[in-house]
Design a binder for this molecule. Structure first.
Ligand code: GDP
Ligand code: MN
Length: 385
């Protein structure tokens, strides 16, 4: 789960990471009032969307007067901001963050990631912060954290030295890194990124941008994090699926997939690709899929207008093929399904499941195995085209 920059800053600030004061606005007059209250003569107005690359796309702008704050806010709010990270459709800007403009001397990069190679959390630092860090990747320092010990002072000092932070900047830098790490661990974050971590003209460190993303599987035990969720930033199909206990991720192909088990879902997507087509989604109905769950899966997959055919692939261990079959039959009665369906059922109660499908009178193709199912789904696309 991702959150907005202003939420990430508030959270990091509560852990002691220095962040600028700011005001969130949903309308231009709120942005102006916020800027007036913050005081100063120059402000930055920042589009709040769950994607980076805003600076280069015109989503982060400096205003030299309150009037200009209002103009920029009016321009951004309600617009779709297209950045290198949003995809061509862009993201709707529903709120902006107004901050007093900082005078930047240097832009650094500081991040924490779950380092899969090391199977630990790693601290990453670079002097090439700002909008270019993805491309440059220059001078990366990586410190891997022992979870039993936490991030150690010597590791912070090493990273600080690499960032050229010494003398009076050393202690604040170490404290900032420790605060960042504590926030990361205590919120079950998967990624934390401060880019830029600015050194201001008067030598202070401040997190000018902040990105936090959290482990979806841990949000349930973190009510303060769960409260930060912005459903406007998520795919409605994915929200619908999560409300029905389905694990759905929208993709951009045209073969709808209904599968049980994440591994089998991945294999199914691979098989579709192997036969020359692309999956429209990842969908794991999970174990113990009831007919209702299967029916919801069909409904959600079919709300994607790109879906031209549906491939059902069930290997029932905990699941029961007869329930899956009942789900398919009831879905096709409730929903107006006008795309071909290919179903491959195997495992528990498979004979009963196949009988239900055969006797349903539904025009679906039954397949014996995954390869056959993927081939049939892909060739049904070609027939339709
Ligand atoms: P991103 O492009 O989505 O990562 O958005 P950022 O919040 O990182 O802003 C992009 C760039 O805008 C930063 O790298 C800075 O160069 C600039 N910027 C952001 N805040 C300020 C500020 O307060 N003062 C100045 N002068 N520049 C800023
Ligand atoms: Mn940034």
């Amino acid at each position: 789960m991702n959150v907005h920059e202003h939420q990430a800053k508030e959270l990091l600030g509560s852990y002691g990471v220095p962040v600028p004061p700011g005001a969130v606005a949903y309308a231009p007059h709120q942005a102006v009032a916020g800027a007036a209250e913050l005081g100063g003569e120059r402000w930055v107005v920042k589009a709040q969307i769950h994607a980076g690359g805003r600076g280069k796309a015109g989503g982060v702008r400096v205003a030299g007067s309150l009037e200009e704050v209002g103009e920029i806010a009016a321009d951004l709010l309600g617009s779709r901001l297209v950045t290198a990270q949003t995809g061509p459709g862009g993201a709707l800007v529903g709120r902006v963050l107004v901050e007093p403009a900082a005078e930047i001397a240097r832009e650094l990069y500081l991040g924490l990631v779950v380092d899969r190679g090391a199977q630990r959390v790693s601290l990453i630092a670079s002097t090439a912060g700002g909008v270019e860090v993805e491309e440059s990747g220059a001078e990366l320092v990586r410190e891997t954290v022992d979870p039993a010990l936490g991030l150690r002072d010597f590791q912070c000092r090493k990273a600080a030295a690499a960032l050229g932070l010494s003398g009076p900047q050393l202690r604040p830098a170490v404290a900032l890194m420790r605060s960042l790490y504590r926030c990361f661990v205590e919120t079950d974050a998967l990624q934390a990124e401060i880019n830029p971590l600015a050194v201001t003209a008067d030598g202070k460190l401040v997190a000018l941008d902040a990105k936090l993303s959290f482990d979806d599987n841990a949000v349930a035990r973190r009510p303060t994090i769960a409260a930060l969720r912005d459903l406007d930033e998520e795919d409605p199909k994915e929200i619908d699926a999560s409300e029905h206990g389905l694990n759905y991720i929208a993709l951009d192909g045209d073969v709808g997939c209904i599968v049980n088990g994440a591994g089998l879902a991945m294999a199914t997507m691979d098989a579709i690709a192997l036969h020359g087509a692309r999956p429209a989604n990842f969908l794991d109905v999970g174990g113990g899929a009831t007919p209702e769950k299967v029916s919801n899966a069909f409904r959600i997959v079919l709300t994607d207008p790109n879906v031209k055919t549906i491939l059902v692939n069930i290997f029932a261990g905990i699941n029961r093929c007869d329930w899956i079959a009942e789900g398919i039959v009831s879905a096709s009665r409730e929903l107006d399904i006008d795309v071909p369906i290919v179903a491959r059922l195997a495992g528990t109660n498979v004979e009963e499941g196949r009988r239900i499908l055969a006797e349903s009178g539904l025009a679906l193709t039954a397949a014996e195995n995954l390869d056959e199912a993927a081939a049939a789904a892909v060739s049904s696309l070609e027939v339709a085209a």
